[in-house]
Design a protein around this ligand. Structure first.
Ligand code: IMP
Ligand code: MG
Length: 179
């Protein structure tokens, strides 16, 4: 597995520090709001679990799974809900937790879909921001790291469903994938 990684982009220590910083900020911003954090499966699972441990306020969690990529490394633009949230979010303060925002197509669909359910507020927290690839204009209220246009894996992010369990964010050797 590690031999498929060209180089490490963000180390475990950098991830830990950033997630702690985001969690602390969220705890301030959502102090009395009892937010519901909605994690985007499967990529956001590791980020989500570390983030909520760093956010010491009353909150609840839920998960949603959407398909954005048929396969490979490029967004198809076609978004489908594979697993919906289980909770009613009407009147709740919602924070969507994403692993990475690339074109932004997945998130803009998610935001539109969740907004229709009348939450009190809806914001986005993404660990990684591949800003130069943005197609849809989505406001990232909380963002961890801005990264260059390289395909990354680890800490929840996959390539063909592998590498999610790497504890760092790494760049996959380009010869291993076709974009
Ligand atoms: P978007 O719709 O183009 O913003 O794509 C968002 C989704 O694509 C993310 O939630 C990831 O699952 C996936 N994705 C985008 N870039 C990468 C990457 O570099 N590595 C792994 N997954 C990625
Ligand atoms: Mg994802």
């Amino acid at each position: 597995m590690e031999e498929d990684i060209d180089h490490i982009l963000i180390t475990e220590e950098q991830l830990r520090a950033k997630v702690r910083e985001l969690g602390t900020q969220l705890a301030v911003d959502y102090a009395d709001k009892m937010p519901i954090l909605i994690g985007a499966l499967n990529g956001a699972t590791l980020f989500m679990s570390d983030l909520i441990r760093a956010c010491r306020i009353p909150l609840s969690i839920d998960f949603i799974a959407v398909s954005s990529y048929a396969s490979g490394t490029r967004s198809s633009g076609v978004v489908r809900i594979l697993k919906d949230i289980d909770r009613n979010i009407e009147g709740r303060h919602v924070l969507v937790v994403e692993d990475i925002v690339d074109t932004g197509l997945t998130l803009s669909y998610l935001i539109e879909n969740l907004s229709a359910r009348k939450p009190a507020s809806i914001r986005i927290c993404a660990l990684l921001d591949k800003a130069e690839r943005r197609v849809a204009d989505v406001p990232l209220d909380y963002a961890g790291f801005r990264i260059p246009d390289e395909f990354v894996v680890g800490y929840g992010l996959d390539y063909n469903d592998l590498y999610r369990n790497l504890p760092y964010i790494g760049v996959l050797k380009p010869q291993l994938y076709r974009s």
